[in-house]
Design a protein around this ligand. Structure first.
Ligand code: SAH
Ligand code: F3S
Length: 441
């Protein structure tokens, strides 16, 4: 049987797509997944273009794969996903080791494209648009409890720094029926938690006929037996409605956790980024969230060194981290991307300045995150047990509804896939320690 090795870069949506590709190749074309690249007949790199570093990683990997191809000329190497869509033929020009390049719209045709490489013995490039298809083929993966489910593709927002609208195309929602069918299937296989994915997930449903929204979808997923927890990423502040906020408080399986990218705390920068909200509007949303969903955990994405960002603008971002008190922060140095307006802005910030700002921002974010963790000490939280502790295999591990890792003594019980109550005894830098609370307590 032919062997497939998949290497995934980037976001959760790519992880989801990689699983679908592997699933399709297995069911329709008899490819078995292998962990070893030197054992594979087909190697697919599912790529990310969000920052330059992500693209460089792929080219350096392709360089490393060259000797394998020399040893086995029959080996097929494919570059798929965002970089394929953005860079197209330039990938093969820079890395002639590549036989196949295709973007996410062509995923459903992966088998046919691989066959074409074999038959025609020349490189194949496929980066056209195609209708949205829901692919549910999924190989057995490591995690048998938590699954991602893509509910919409693309983004129409065109933030000045972001390449996603060019790599993933326009916003398109999957039908409610196809999503519910997929989640029912997952529940039937024993999955307990789903994360609904979209670049702009809270714009879900606007394009459907009849139109619907994420709040309604969450309500429908909540009805499915077997699923215990529902998460969704990523929400855009512009599309965050009071209706969705209420659903987070009222629909029992929806977790009280929200990733809400801010990008910058400076109004001047937010305008130049084309984000569509101000610092004041964002703070209003945070206030509404905290009032409606008590104890909600918040995380965000921030960019430092966007063109024209002054010291003062940057300090406004730092201040927002202090004010909002995020549980966790994902901070990035601005990276100019092809086709995006900001790449052409004249006032680019020098790399050393970006580096210094990132260091300072992460210091503050880590301190705030640690304070948030310590505030959980003494509290009893619901934990979905998903395995054993990484450091000490005698201990069990799981996640809270606010998505924090908790390690605790399972008192000899397995508890895998169960929801248990754990009293938090100690906040560690990257996890919490706790003790199992007996149900009667
Ligand atoms: N809507 C998606 C955006 C995906 S990009 C989401 O919110 O998850 C993920 C994050 O990468 C963005 O929120 C942004 O903070 C960061 N990012 C996007 N383009 C970038 C760029 N050109 N340079 C640095 N960081 C960028
Ligand atoms: Fe990118 Fe802005 Fe859309 S960050 S994914 S263009 S919301």
């Amino acid at each position: 049987m032919a062997k497939l090795h998949v290497i995934t870069y980037g976001c959760q949506m790519n992880e989801y797509d990689s699983e679908r590709v592997a699933g399709l190749l297995k069911t329709l074309h008899n490819y078995d997944l292998t962990d070893r690249e030197d054992d594979a007949d087909l190697i697919l790199l599912n790529t990310c273009s969000i920052r330059e570093k992500a693209e460089e990683k792929v080219f350096s990997k392709l360089g490393q794969l060259k000797p394998l191809k020399r040893k086995n000329p029959e080996l097929i190497i494919g570059v798929i996903g965002c970089m394929a869509q953005l860079r197209q033929a330039a990938i093969m020009e820079r890395a002639p080791v590549v036989d196949l390049v295709f973007g996410s719209p062509a995923i459903s045709r992966v088998g046919e494209l691989v066959e074409r490489v074999k038959r025609e013995r020349r490189p194949v490039l496929e980066t056209g648009e195609a209708p949205l298809v829901k692919i549910t083929a999924k190989p057995q993966s490591g995690d048998r409890l938590k699954a991602f489910v893509t509910v919409m593709e693309g983004c129409d927002k065109f933030c000045a720094f972001c390449v996603v609208p060019y790599t993933r195309g326009r916003e398109r929602s999957h039908s409610v029926e196809s999503i519910l069918a997929e989640i029912r299937g997952l529940a039937g296989q024993g999955y307990r938690e789903v994360t609904l994915l979209g670049q702009n997930v809270n714009a879900y449903g606007k394009d459907l006929d009849p139109p619907t929204d994420l709040a309604a979808l969450l309500d429908q997923v909540n009805e499915l037996d077997g699923i215990e927890r529902i998460r969704f990423v990523t929400s855009n502040p512009v599309n965050l409605t009071s209706r969705l906020i209420r659903v987070m408080a009222e629909v029992p399986k929806v977790c009280q956790y929200l990733h809400l990218p801010l990008q910058s705390g400076s109004d001047r920068v937010l305008v130049r980024m084309n984000r569509g909200y101000s610092r004041g509007r964002y703070l209003e949303l945070i206030a509404e969230l905290e009032e409606t969903v008590p104890g909600i955990a918040l995380s965000t994405d921030l960019i430092v060194g966007f063109p024209g960002e002054s010291e003062e603008d940057f300090e406004a971002t730092v201040e927002m981290v202090e004010t909002v008190q995020y549980d966790s922060v994902f901070a990035f140095r601005y990276s100019p991307r092809p086709r995006t307006p900001a790449a052409e802005f004249p006032d680019q910030v020098p790399e050393p300045v970006k580096a210094a700002r990132l260091t300072r921002l992460l210091e503050v974010a880590n301190r705030v995150g640690a304070e948030k963790s310590r505030a959980l000490e003494g509290r009893t939280l619901e934990v979905l047990v998903d395995g054993v502790s990484r450091k000490d295999p005698r201990e069990l591990s799981g996640r809270t509804r606010c998505n924090r890792v908790v390690n605790f003594d399972g008192q000899g019980r397995t508890l895998y896939g169960e929801l248990v109550r754990v009293r938090i005894t100690q906040a560690m830098p990257h996890s919490l320690r706790g003790e199992l609370v007996d149900e009667e307590d």
